[in-house]
Write a protein that binds this ligand. Structure first.
Ligand SMILES: [Zn+2]
Ligand SMILES: [Zn+2]
Length: 280
């Protein structure tokens, strides 16, 4: 067994913590500056203009989120150190080793496969017992902000971290695809919690209203980055159904004659915005 290289391990941990907290705080403070201070104009930009977290709730989400991010980044730093010392993983480092087509295919499999696993895990956390014991912590914030993204029970945080790490032990995936997926997934997790009405320039990524509705209506819209899985498995919000903290299952109640999926398109968003903030 190799002796522990303390300077290298410390370097990897420091870089990982700086990167993780830098992204978390960087995006959080950007939204703070661009939106959260404009409270009087909330109808212009906020998904839920009349609902705000209390200062105490904001302090709690920032503390819990930062603690999770720090622990997760320390674990990532240890993993990178272990790989750098020749630890066994199915990641590879040169595209030439496997070819471009293989690299793109397994990169997409990693991105979509982890997103599906995150959907299924999140959905499992919405079953009554797991919800009460674990996931309820994250749903204390009914009007989320960027900082809510990482504010959750440590067990739930560890679950999602494990989902991102597990394929690196059986799926041959290029290191670049792994870094891209981690940045992509984390960035959208932060923005999806922002509470600001935004649409991605990528057509297959959910707009922010999608996850904001998850916090407002609880057991619906379980998807992480892509709304695809909710569409496939029938857990996307529908127009005339009732949802709430006590309505489990993801399908809501009622529906009736006009049982259509909620319209998350740009046009519907513009109409809703105009209704909330009527112009003279
Ligand atoms: Zn949830
Ligand atoms: Zn959330």
């Amino acid at each position: 067994m190799q002796p522990l290289d303390v300077p290298a391990l410390s370097r990897f941990i420091a870089m990982s913590v700086a990167g993780g907290l830098g992204m978390y705080w960087g995006v959080g403070l950007l939204f703070e500056r661009l939106y959260y201070r404009r409270r009087t104009e909330a109808a212009e930009w906020k998904c839920q203009p009349k609902r705000w977290p209390s200062p105490a709730a904001r302090r709690r989400e920032i503390l819990l989120g930062s603690a999770n991010m720090t622990v997760g980044s320390i674990a990532s730093g240890c993993f990178v150190y272990w790989v750098s010392k020749g630890g066994a993983t199915t990641m590879y480092f040169s595209v030439a080793e496997r070819g471009v087509a293989f690299t793109v295919a397994t990169g997409l499999a990693y991105l979509l496969g982890t997103d599906l696993a995150l959907y299924l895990a999140h959905r499992a956390y919405h079953t009554p017992t797991l919800y009460r014991l674990v996931h309820r912590t994250h749903h204390r914030w009914t009007s989320p902000t960027v900082f809510t993204a990482m504010a959750m029970h440590p067990v739930e945080w560890a679950t999602y971290q494990s989902i991102m790490a597990a394929p690196l032990f059986f799926l041959p995936v290029h290191v670049g695809a792994v870094i891209f997926t981690l940045l992509f997934t984390n960035y959208y997790a932060l923005v999806d919690h922002s509470g600001v009405r935004l649409h991605s320039w990528l057509p297959f990524v959910a707009p922010t209203q999608f996850h904001d509705d998850h916090h407002a209506h609880f057991h619906v819209n379980y998807g992480q980055t892509f709304p695809l899985w909710d569409r496939v498995f029938g857990t996307m919000r529908r127009k005339n159904r009732r949802y709430g903290a006590a309505v489990f299952g993801g399908a809501g109640e009622g529906g009736g004659a006009n049982d259509e999926p909620w319209d998350y398109g740009r046009r519907a968003d513009a109409v809703a915005r105009a209704e909330i903030s009527p112009r003279a």
